[in-house]
Ligand binder design. Structure first.
Ligand code: NAP
Length: 478
């Protein structure tokens, strides 16, 4: 049955006056699964007006009142887990197991966000600690909401990466304009249906669907938006940063996370972590391991282990629980194939893979990748992993840091002192020692440096990014 997505504005589901819809085709069923509305600029204006009005009252409610709605939303997501997960599977081609975990993780995220907010308190300061200051001045420092938050999410975690913007925004007293990735908007709609059941005030959360290339700039430049939280590609993030003006911005962008394997690493464990890091959901994760920098003395052994692990990965339809699934669209598959072809033409050795059927690319391991090849530097967002052989820690650090990205890195070694020494020099938001690169657990700070982003996520950081400090000073007659 085709899903008919609608706009959710002022607590009501409606079709757009544009009369236009965008068809959503499943990346593995190869047939339409539904459509979403193409919103007009006038409807964007209306949604923002409703959000502004609702936010004023919401900001006056108690934290306990806000919490009760958010808890109900988490409950509704779990109550509808199977239905939501099935839409995620159909729409973005993720296995049902992974899609269900995405829903559970989202409910956990929402609950933890509430609990974190309930335990965040302001501070007070006395004036006399500054030279010439007086005890009679007392500053009360509190966090207040920013207003209307524009949340723009990517396709790969269409529920989790949306809720991780909505939940902190709402608990902090903001209203939200939610613009999901178009491929991902049906899943986002299911998430909002659960939110609707939680009885939030009308207009507080509004779902606006439409192509980013058509309505993105209008949303980002809109005077009614007070903060933008964006997750997506680096080019889109850069474009958005240039368009927005004087509005706080948090950007979570692409990555090229290195998996660094020293000569003293537990190679079997490193291989397992690298495979899970690189190939889960066909590598369509921002924190996927996207290059391996391995010491030449253990490279042959590591490559053999990686090959063995890769050849056990299940390839095919997400309905069979496959790890390697068709990529989100043909354009993405063409891009990954282009990176593989470029590397092969320049002398890289195909260890396994380099087979393709439509948008399904088999897991591909390329050895002897050099710095002249695009795959050494560009983010495939697909199952193609380059092996770059290195001869020293210094070379590792130089290549790791020469990237335009700086999301995460993994270091595999038994020498914890060396691990720390390398970690200290890597330009990345987080360095994992003896583990794969990953975003969670969700209360850890999640940070992209350089082309990987701006600002910090992670539950507490997200709440802080969607609030500002406000100072009230008491001048006492002491
Ligand atoms: P994308 O193409 O950049 O799209 C992301 C979002 O931006 C979508 O909602 C898109 O809408 C919207 N958009 C497009 N043009 C816009 C504009 N001019 N103004 C405002 N919004 C606009 O990224 P994607 O393909 O969905 O996701 C893959 C990328 O996201 C990868 O690079 C990945 O590394 C990154 N990512 C990063 C993180 C992280 O936490 N660092 C997490 C996940 C993914 P439409 O869909 O309608 O075009």
């Amino acid at each position: 049955m085709l899903l008919a997505g609608e706009l959710y504005i002022n607590g009501e589901w409606k079709k757009s006056k544009s009369g236009q819809t965008i068809e959503i085709t499943s990346p593995y069923l190869y047939e339409p699964i539904g459509n979403v509305q193409a919103i007009t600029q006038k409807e964007v204006d209306e949604a923002i007006d409703f959000a502004q009005a609702a936010q004023k009252e919401w900001a006056q409610t108690s934290l306990q009142q806000r919490a009760s709605h958010l808890y109900k939303w988490a409950d509704a997501l779990l109550a509808n887990q199977e239905k939501i997960a099935t839409v995620i599977m159909h729409e973005v081609g993720k296995s049902l197991k992974d899609a269900k975990s995405e829903v559970t993780r989202t409910a956990d995220f929402i609950r933890y966000t509430v609990e974190e907010a309930l335990h965040m308190h302001g501070e007070s300061m006395r004036g006399d600690s500054f030279p010439g200051g007086s005890k009679s001045k007392v500053a009360i420092v509190e966090r207040v909401p920013l207003g209307v938050v524009l949340a723009i999410s990517p396709f790969n975690y269409p529920v989790n990466l949306a809720a991780s913007k909505l939940a902190p925004a709402l608990i902090a007293g903001n209203a939200v304009i939610f613009k999901p990735a178009t491929q991902g908007a049906l899943s986002g709609t299911k998430m909002i249906e659960a939110l609707h059941q939680a009885g939030f005030p009308k207009g507080l959360v509004n779902l606006v669907t439409g192509k980013g290339s058509v309505i993105g700039d209008y949303l980002v430049e809109h005077k009614g938006i007070n903060m933008i939280s964006f997750t997506g590609g680096t080019d889109t993030g850069l474009h958005l940063a240039k368009k927005s003006a004087m509005v706080p911005l948090v950007l979570e962008l692409g990555g090229k996370d290195p998996g660094i394997v020293r000569q003293d690493a537990d190679l079997q464990e490193a291989a397992k972590q690298i495979i899970s890091g690189a190939f889960s959901y066909s590598g369509q994760r921002c924190t996927a391991i996207k290059r391996v920098l391995v010491h030449e003395s253990v490279a042959d052994e590591l490559v053999a282990l990686l090959k063995g692990e890769i050849e056990q990965l299940v390839v095919g339809s997400p309905e069979n629980g496959s790890t390697i699934v068709p990529l989100i669209d043909d354009k993405s598959a063409n891009f990954v194939q282009g990176l593989i072809d470029d590397a092969v033409n320049k002398g890289a050795v195909v260890v396994t893979g380099n087979q393709r059927k439509q948008n399904l690319i088999h897991p591909t391991l390329l050895d002897h990748v050099t710095e002249e090849m695009r795959l050494a530097w560009e983010e495939p967002f697909g199952p193609a992993l380059p092996i770059i052989r290195v001869s020293s820690d210094e070379q590792v650090i130089a290549i790791a840091n020469a990237s335009e990205f700086g999301l995460q890195a993994s270091i595999f070694t038994k020498d914890i002192d060396k691990a720390f020494a390398i970690a200290n020099q890597i330009e990345a938001g987080a360095v994992q020692i003896n583990g794969r690169t990953e975003r969670g657990p969700d209360h850890f700070p999640f940070i992209g440096t350089k082309g990987s982003g701006m600002g910090a996520q992670g539950i507490r950081k997200s709440i802080e990014s969607m609030t500002r400090e406000k100072v009230t000073v008491l001048n006492l007659a002491l």
